[in-house]
Design a protein. Structure first.
Length: 88
């Protein structure tokens, strides 16, 4: 079975590298300014994003990295449009 395990492991490793590269190159955006609001049951983050980002994430969730907290930690946030300002 060791031959099959090596092939499967190699295929999964290649798939992981392709997926990580795709996400890094095409699905990552650097946000210049954000607004943080502490709520009683969570945190509200308001930021301006591109149209491609809006089309890709409407009604879903995103992972946000806060480099001043930890450069290798990504936290999931639900995504909603701001009804007060369509640019955010």
């Amino acid at each position: 079975y060791s031959g099959y395990c090596t092939i499967i492991f190699a295929a999964l490793l290649v798939w992981y590298i392709i997926d990580a590269s795709y996400c890094t190159c095409f699905m990552t955006e650097k946000i210049q300014s954000t607004k943080f609001h502490v709520l009683s049951n969570g945190l509200q983050v308001t930021m301006r994003v591109s149209d491609a980002f809006k089309n890709r994430t409407q009604g879903k969730y995103v992972y946000i990295c806060l480099p001043w907290v930890a450069k290798n930690q990504w936290h999931a946030f639900s995504v909603f449009e701001n009804p007060e300002d369509e640019q955010e």
